[in-house]
Design a protein around this ligand. Structure first.
Ligand SMILES: C[S@@+](CC[C@H](N)C(=O)[O-])C[C@H]1O[C@@H](n2cnc3c(N)ncnc32)[C@H](O)[C@@H]1O
Length: 395
């Protein structure tokens, strides 16, 4: 069965002996705390930035949190085999540490002694000294019996493919020929794709600016303003980011505004409604591409504030309204030339970016597949295959 690729992450180099334990323990304890809402099915991974983690350890922290969510069904199956009896619900943080330890041993290039010792030791920072022995015992057993235990749990295809059983079944029904490729794509971390602001320059010139900054990238296949980085990086390192020269946006998302080209390009001054606009990725792209008047509505005031920030950085403006798009109290009564409706959905198409969706969604959240209502896989430059299929489906 296919498994996600091994991460290239190592422990941060500058960690010195003496300091090593504290930093290593703290980042693992923070990751365990961040994972508790997800593994108990009560919350998502959003808000990772609110956790106190020193800058040097932030990449490791995020890789641990996302990696555990991505591989959760398999890690949990292995944990069940390693524990003599299941941990109590109130010890979900210890369970999270165990999953973190298994993840490091099987998927990361972290020396085994650090993966075991610092994960077990992190229990002390959670105030659960007793758990260090349990964790040590389980992780050491995994080291000895890794191959056999993995073979056992991988007998179940849902575990081997890292998806909940119900979701795997739905994917198999909706995509009888492609479900395995969809699962594999869901299990790969997504690339970082940028949208170059046409009003500030073209993407070929921006590729040169990236190269000058030592950032390797390539042009997207389908999105005419898109550039994909070889390795994700902090946005503050991107040339001209603060001036709005570039934004982070997946290639598939960039295609939305491009599809409106035939309608909007020949109609300067056209009135466009962006009915579910926050955080404003598509609002900004529409305004970069066309000389139009955008009325951007969202029912979530906090998210709407992010639209204002995003447009401010790009130096563009829209008429923003906080309101329910299904009501009319925000509408001035004049008709629109185009309406973009990016309504909330199950998120089943963005699992690789938000792997916690696999734990947080319920079968009842996803309507039974039928014409035009099937689960759609995320589309981007790695998935030209899906793009072609989607185009075929939409005609
Ligand atoms: C998929 S997101 C939109 C993403 C956005 N188009 C972009 O490209 O950045 C869906 C948005 O719909 C908003 N929303 C949900 N129900 C709404 C409603 N009844 N009226 C307006 N906005 C709504 C949510 O707050 C959320 O911000």
């Amino acid at each position: 069965m296919s498994q996600p690729p091994e991460h290239q992450l190592r422990e941060p180099r500058q960690r010195k002996r003496g300091l090593e334990n504290d930093g290593g323990l703290a980042v693992r304890a923070a990751a365990a705390r961040a994972l508790v809402p997800v593994i108990t099915g009560k919350g998502s991974l959003t808000g990772l930035d609110d956790h106190q983690v020193v800058a040097r350890d932030r990449a490791l922290f995020k890789a641990l949190c996302y990696g555990v969510c991505r591989t959760l069904p398999r890690l949990e199956a292995l944990a069940a085999k390693l524990l003599v009896k299941p941990l109590k619900v109130r010890d979900a943080d210890v369970q999270a540490l165990l999953l973190l330890g298994i993840y490091q041993l099987l998927y990361l290039r972290i020396p085994a002694h650090a993966a075991v010792g610092e994960t077990a030791g992190a229990a002390r920072l959670l105030g659960k000294e007793w758990a260090t022995r349990v964790l040590n015992g389980c992780l050491r057993r995994l080291q000895r019996e890794a191959a056999g235990l993995q073979d056992e749990v991988d007998q179940d295809p849902a575990i081997a493919l890292l998806h909940p059983k119900w979701l795997l079944k739905m994917l198999q029904q909706a995509w009888p020929d492609d479900w395995r490729a969809i699962c594999d794509a869901n299990n790969m971390p997504g690339p970082m794709t940028l949208r170059v602001n046409r009003r500030h320059g073209d993407r070929e010139a921006y590729l040169d600016r990236l190269a000058a900054a030592g950032i390797q990238a390539r042009l997207c296949l389908h999105a005419p303003d898109g550039v994909t980085l070889e390795t994700p990086c902090d946005v503050q390192l991107l040339p001209g980011f603060a001036n709005g020269d570039v934004s982070v946006q997946d290639e598939a998302a960039q295609l939305t505004s491009v599809l409106l080209g035939p309608t909007l390009a020949p109609r300067p001054g056209a009135r466009v409604l962006d009915a579910c606009c926050a955080p404003g990725g598509k609002t900004g792209h529409l305004l970069e591409l066309f000389d139009i008047e955008v009325h951007a509505v969202d029912s979530d005031a906090e998210r709407l504030a992010r639209v204002e920030d995003a447009l401010g950085r790009l130096g563009l403006a829209a008429r923003l309204a906080h309101g329910d798009a299904t009501a009319r109290d925000w509408w001035d009564g004049a008709p629109y030339d185009a309406i973009l409706l990016d309504a909330p959905c199950t998120g089943s198409g963005v699992i690789r970016r938000h792997p916690d969706i696999k734990r947080l969604r319920r079968p009842s959240d996803i309507p039974v597949a039928g014409p035009g209502r099937q689960l759609l896989p995320e589309i981007d430059s790695h998935d030209g295959f899906f793009y072609a299929r989607l185009k075929k489906r939409l005609g």
